[in-house]
Write a protein that binds this ligand. Structure first.
Ligand code: ZN
Length: 138
């Protein structure tokens, strides 16, 4: 698992990548599981409005802070890979609110909970020597 993540970390960012934020929100699915969505955006307050409108009346519980990194897509990819390696990826989830298949949702219990995600993101930032800061509040 560490080797797979290290190999992904060594990949250069894509041309479409750049500075921006990683955001998180949580929701409860029909089975009562806590799900986390991990996404990226250049401006999370706008993305928050879009998601809340798109999937209304699904209740999204937003993590109050978004993490700025110099390569937001690479960071998002690393976090998705890490959560998937932990068996937390839920696949393509048909949303009963917006009718679209969401594909960036993870079983929160299988990836160690919210603080483990935060710790993992910070560990990635540290390993890659990236500057970063937290934006609040969403
Ligand atoms: Zn939806």
């Amino acid at each position: 698992m560490d080797q797979i993540l290290s190999a992904a970390m060594a990949q250069p960012p894509t041309q479409a990548d750049g500075g921006g934020f990683i955001y998180l929100y949580f929701l409860k699915d029909i089975h009562g599981r806590w799900i986390v969505k991990i996404g990226e955006s250049t401006w999370p307050p706008r993305r928050k409005k879009e998601w809340d409108r798109q999937c209304a009346p699904q209740r999204h519980i937003w993590f109050e802070y978004a993490l700025w990194v110099p390569w937001r897509k690479k960071m998002e990819g690393l976090l998705h890979l890490w959560a998937t390696l932990n068996g937390a990826w839920l696949g393509y989830v048909l949303c009963r609110y917006c009718g679209i298949h969401h594909r960036e949702q993870f079983d929160l219990g299988n990836c160690g909970g919210m603080w483990t995600i935060i710790q993992t993101a910070m560990a990635f930032v540290f390993k890659m020597g990236w500057p970063s800061w937290w934006y609040g509040s969403l």
